[in-house]
Design a protein around this ligand. Structure first.
Ligand code: HEM
Length: 155
Protein backbone atom coordinates (compact mmCIF):
# COMPACT_ATOMS: atom_id res chain seq x y z
CA UNK A 1 0.00 0.00 0.00
CA UNK A 2 1.25 3.48 -0.89
CA UNK A 3 0.20 5.83 1.96
CA UNK A 4 0.82 9.00 -0.10
CA UNK A 5 -1.52 7.88 -2.89
CA UNK A 6 -4.08 6.79 -0.29
CA UNK A 7 -3.94 10.07 1.64
CA UNK A 8 -4.11 12.11 -1.59
CA UNK A 9 -7.25 10.16 -2.54
CA UNK A 10 -8.72 10.85 0.93
CA UNK A 11 -8.04 14.61 0.52
CA UNK A 12 -9.81 14.52 -2.88
CA UNK A 13 -12.64 12.51 -1.26
CA UNK A 14 -13.17 15.31 1.25
CA UNK A 15 -13.07 17.95 -1.52
CA UNK A 16 -15.80 16.01 -3.37
CA UNK A 17 -17.87 15.70 -0.17
CA UNK A 18 -17.50 19.45 0.42
CA UNK A 19 -18.77 20.20 -3.10
CA UNK A 20 -21.69 17.76 -3.04
CA UNK A 21 -22.87 18.15 0.56
CA UNK A 22 -22.25 21.92 0.44
CA UNK A 23 -24.31 22.17 -2.74
CA UNK A 24 -27.09 20.11 -1.11
CA UNK A 25 -27.26 22.60 1.76
CA UNK A 26 -27.20 25.56 -0.66
CA UNK A 27 -29.92 23.89 -2.72
CA UNK A 28 -32.08 23.65 0.40
CA UNK A 29 -31.45 27.29 1.30
CA UNK A 30 -31.94 28.51 -2.29
CA UNK A 31 -35.30 26.75 -2.55
CA UNK A 32 -36.44 28.59 0.59
CA UNK A 33 -35.44 31.93 -0.99
CA UNK A 34 -37.21 30.89 -4.22
CA UNK A 35 -40.32 29.96 -2.22
CA UNK A 36 -40.41 33.35 -0.48
CA UNK A 37 -39.95 35.14 -3.84
CA UNK A 38 -42.62 33.03 -5.55
CA UNK A 39 -45.18 33.49 -2.77
CA UNK A 40 -44.54 37.24 -2.63
CA UNK A 41 -44.40 37.38 -6.45
CA UNK A 42 -41.59 39.91 -6.07
CA UNK A 43 -39.94 39.29 -9.45
CA UNK A 44 -36.90 37.36 -8.15
CA UNK A 45 -38.41 33.91 -8.73
CA UNK A 46 -37.09 33.46 -12.29
CA UNK A 47 -33.53 34.31 -11.26
CA UNK A 48 -33.77 32.00 -8.22
CA UNK A 49 -35.16 29.17 -10.38
CA UNK A 50 -32.22 29.60 -12.78
CA UNK A 51 -29.81 29.46 -9.85
CA UNK A 52 -31.54 26.31 -8.49
CA UNK A 53 -31.12 24.72 -11.91
CA UNK A 54 -27.41 25.52 -12.09
CA UNK A 55 -26.79 23.97 -8.64
CA UNK A 56 -27.71 20.53 -10.04
CA UNK A 57 -24.48 20.42 -12.05
CA UNK A 58 -22.34 20.67 -8.89
CA UNK A 59 -24.22 17.77 -7.27
CA UNK A 60 -23.10 15.60 -10.21
CA UNK A 61 -19.51 16.92 -10.22
CA UNK A 62 -19.18 16.37 -6.44
CA UNK A 63 -20.51 12.83 -6.80
CA UNK A 64 -17.99 12.01 -9.54
CA UNK A 65 -15.08 13.28 -7.43
CA UNK A 66 -16.31 11.31 -4.37
CA UNK A 67 -16.71 8.12 -6.42
CA UNK A 68 -13.33 8.39 -8.18
CA UNK A 69 -11.43 9.07 -4.94
CA UNK A 70 -13.42 6.41 -3.02
CA UNK A 71 -12.60 3.81 -5.68
CA UNK A 72 -8.91 4.89 -5.61
CA UNK A 73 -8.82 4.29 -1.82
CA UNK A 74 -10.49 0.92 -2.30
CA UNK A 75 -7.88 -0.10 -4.89
CA UNK A 76 -5.30 0.47 -2.14
CA UNK A 77 -7.20 -1.02 0.81
CA UNK A 78 -10.16 -3.03 -0.50
CA UNK A 79 -9.29 -6.13 1.49
CA UNK A 80 -9.51 -4.10 4.72
CA UNK A 81 -12.65 -1.98 4.20
CA UNK A 82 -14.59 -4.12 1.73
CA UNK A 83 -15.51 -6.78 4.31
CA UNK A 84 -16.48 -4.37 7.10
CA UNK A 85 -20.11 -3.72 8.01
CA UNK A 86 -19.88 0.10 8.03
CA UNK A 87 -18.56 0.05 4.48
CA UNK A 88 -21.34 -2.22 3.18
CA UNK A 89 -24.06 -0.12 4.83
CA UNK A 90 -22.33 2.99 3.48
CA UNK A 91 -22.50 1.64 -0.09
CA UNK A 92 -26.25 1.01 0.34
CA UNK A 93 -26.81 4.58 1.59
CA UNK A 94 -24.60 5.83 -1.26
CA UNK A 95 -27.01 4.21 -3.72
CA UNK A 96 -29.91 6.02 -2.04
CA UNK A 97 -27.96 9.32 -2.24
CA UNK A 98 -27.47 8.81 -5.98
CA UNK A 99 -31.15 7.96 -6.57
CA UNK A 100 -32.42 10.81 -4.38
CA UNK A 101 -29.85 13.50 -5.16
CA UNK A 102 -29.30 12.93 -8.85
CA UNK A 103 -32.48 11.13 -9.93
CA UNK A 104 -35.34 12.65 -7.90
CA UNK A 105 -33.68 16.07 -7.61
CA UNK A 106 -33.28 16.31 -11.40
CA UNK A 107 -36.90 15.24 -11.98
CA UNK A 108 -38.39 17.79 -9.55
CA UNK A 109 -36.07 20.50 -10.87
CA UNK A 110 -37.29 19.81 -14.39
CA UNK A 111 -40.96 19.91 -13.38
CA UNK A 112 -40.37 23.17 -11.46
CA UNK A 113 -38.84 24.86 -14.53
CA UNK A 114 -41.65 23.54 -16.73
CA UNK A 115 -44.43 24.66 -14.36
CA UNK A 116 -42.79 28.07 -13.99
CA UNK A 117 -42.54 28.59 -17.74
CA UNK A 118 -46.11 27.42 -18.57
CA UNK A 119 -47.58 29.35 -15.61
CA UNK A 120 -48.99 26.25 -13.85
CA UNK A 121 -46.79 26.45 -10.74
CA UNK A 122 -49.56 27.92 -8.56
CA UNK A 123 -51.69 24.81 -9.25
CA UNK A 124 -48.79 22.43 -8.50
CA UNK A 125 -47.34 24.50 -5.67
CA UNK A 126 -48.19 22.22 -2.71
CA UNK A 127 -46.69 19.12 -4.33
CA UNK A 128 -43.61 21.00 -5.64
CA UNK A 129 -42.91 22.56 -2.25
CA UNK A 130 -43.33 19.24 -0.43
CA UNK A 131 -41.18 17.29 -2.93
CA UNK A 132 -38.31 19.80 -2.79
CA UNK A 133 -38.30 19.92 1.01
CA UNK A 134 -38.47 16.11 1.27
CA UNK A 135 -35.72 15.39 -1.26
CA UNK A 136 -33.37 17.97 0.29
CA UNK A 137 -33.99 17.04 3.94
CA UNK A 138 -33.67 13.31 3.22
CA UNK A 139 -30.45 13.96 1.28
CA UNK A 140 -28.92 15.84 4.23
CA UNK A 141 -29.94 12.99 6.54
CA UNK A 142 -28.26 10.45 4.21
CA UNK A 143 -25.06 12.53 4.28
CA UNK A 144 -25.16 12.61 8.07
CA UNK A 145 -25.57 8.80 8.20
CA UNK A 146 -22.58 8.34 5.85
CA UNK A 147 -20.45 10.72 7.95
CA UNK A 148 -21.22 8.75 11.12
CA UNK A 149 -20.58 5.40 9.41
CA UNK A 150 -17.31 6.55 7.80
CA UNK A 151 -15.89 8.11 10.94
CA UNK A 152 -17.00 5.60 13.60
CA UNK A 153 -16.42 2.65 11.21
CA UNK A 154 -18.76 0.30 13.14
CA UNK A 155 -17.93 -3.30 12.40
C1 HEM B 1 -21.81 10.41 -0.72
C2 HEM B 1 -20.77 9.63 -0.73
C3 HEM B 1 -19.70 9.57 0.31
C4 HEM B 1 -19.51 10.32 1.43
C5 HEM B 1 -20.36 11.47 1.97
C6 HEM B 1 -18.30 9.83 2.06
C7 HEM B 1 -17.78 10.33 3.23
C8 HEM B 1 -16.65 9.87 3.86
C9 HEM B 1 -16.09 10.39 5.08
C10 HEM B 1 -16.68 11.55 5.91
C11 HEM B 1 -14.99 9.66 5.36
C12 HEM B 1 -14.10 9.80 6.59
C13 HEM B 1 -12.83 10.52 6.25
C14 HEM B 1 -11.83 10.39 7.36
O1 HEM B 1 -11.85 9.40 8.10
O2 HEM B 1 -11.00 11.29 7.47
C15 HEM B 1 -14.84 8.66 4.32
C16 HEM B 1 -13.87 7.71 4.28
C17 HEM B 1 -13.79 6.72 3.33
N1 HEM B 1 -14.55 6.58 2.20
FE1 HEM B 1 -16.16 7.70 1.73
N2 HEM B 1 -17.80 8.79 1.32
C18 HEM B 1 -18.63 8.61 0.23
C19 HEM B 1 -18.49 7.67 -0.78
C20 HEM B 1 -17.50 6.70 -0.83
C21 HEM B 1 -17.34 5.71 -1.86
C22 HEM B 1 -18.24 5.59 -3.09
C23 HEM B 1 -16.26 4.94 -1.54
C24 HEM B 1 -15.63 3.78 -2.24
C25 HEM B 1 -16.02 3.23 -3.36
C26 HEM B 1 -15.73 5.47 -0.29
C27 HEM B 1 -14.64 4.97 0.36
C28 HEM B 1 -14.13 5.45 1.53
C29 HEM B 1 -13.03 4.84 2.26
C30 HEM B 1 -12.26 3.60 1.85
C31 HEM B 1 -12.82 5.63 3.40
C32 HEM B 1 -11.83 5.35 4.54
C33 HEM B 1 -10.73 6.33 4.58
C34 HEM B 1 -9.92 6.13 5.87
O3 HEM B 1 -10.45 6.39 6.95
O4 HEM B 1 -8.78 5.74 5.76
N3 HEM B 1 -16.51 6.53 0.12
N4 HEM B 1 -15.86 8.82 3.41
Amino acid sequence: MNPTVYNAALVIHIVGITVMAGTTFLDFFTFRVFRAAFLANDGRQLAMAGYLHSLQRFLGIGMLVILASGVAMMVELHQVWGVQLWFRVKMAVLLLIIINGLGFRRAIGKSLSQALSDGSLTTHWRATNRNFMLVQLIQMLFFLIIYVLSIFKFN
